[in-house]
Design a protein around this ligand. Structure first.
Ligand code: GTP
Ligand code: MG
Length: 221
């Protein structure tokens, strides 16, 4: 059977000559803003009540056209707006960095209990870390965004992790994409060392949680 991909419009034509692609990316950016505002509101309220912030920082991005193209091509899916909306969960990406592991679950639960947020998928890589040591709480959510022609359900990937998990994942990402790791290097040994680091970070995260519990109510200190 002929690949669907062969029938699809070329990426350059699609991106450069297609106003609809820009409109679609704008819609994903709006979805990010809606979710980011919800997160900031939760952080503000928690901070006013509990005198500390459960969110250290929020980063977001809309997937680049090149990454969208690559992901669809890898899966042999057409490069069309419909295909992007239907097949890709992570065009809109939000990363929430928290001080403590318990903050991750607090934020996830508060956000997903809001009645305009629909949870489509959860991957808890904290309870079940990946074999390389990666830890993070991932959710695919859908949020309605109001545009001139009506309400659109927009999908976004939210990754919630501690500062420690983010430190590890950022360094892991840099090393993973470093093209200079040649055949002469012992990749397995490098991966084993990275796994050890992930375990050390995880132990420290748990230790930090214990210290938080020792301090107790932040208002009283
Ligand atoms: P993708 O096709 O990459 O989106 O994978 P998936 O659909 O199986 O999703 P998953 O939830 O496993 O991972 C999605 C995202 O999590 C990635 O794009 C990364 O941002 C992050 N991630 C997952 N695994 C790792 C890892 O081993 N190291 C790092 N640094 N990040 C990871
Ligand atoms: Mg991804």
């Amino acid at each position: 059977m002929e690949s669907q991909w062969l029938n699809a419009i070329s990426p350059a034509d699609f991106i450069n000559n297609n106003k609809n692609f820009d409109v679609l990316m704008m819609k994903y950016r709006c979805a990010i803003r809606e979710i980011q505002t919800k997160l900031e509101v939760l952080d503000d309220e928690f901070s006013a009540v509990n005198k500390r912030n459960p969110i250290s920082s929020i980063k977001s991005r809309v997937k680049s056209p090149a990454s969208i193209y690559e992901k669809l091509r890898r899966r042999d899916l057409p490069f069309t707006e419909d295909s992007i909306v239907k097949n890709l969960d992570d065009v809109a990406g939000i990363r929430v960095i928290c001080p403590f592991i318990s903050d991750i679950y607090t934020i996830a639960n508060l956000l997903t209990s809001q009645d305009d947020i629909t949870v489509l998928k959860i991957k808890d890589y904290i309870k079940a870390p990946k074999s390389n040591g990666y830890r993070s709480y991932h959710m695919i959510v859908e949020i309605p965004v109001f545009f001139t022609e009506g309400k659109f359900p927009m999908r976004a990937e939210i990754q919630i992790r501690t500062i420690g998990m983010d430190f590890w994942a950022s360094v892991d990402h840099q090393l993973r994409y470093k093209k200079t790791i040649g055949a002469d290097k012992d990749i397995e040994a490098i991966e084993a060392e990275l796994l050890k680091c992930a375990q050390t970070v995880s132990e420290t995260d748990c230790h930090m949680e214990e210290i938080k519990d020792m301090i107790g109510d932040f208002e009283k200190i």
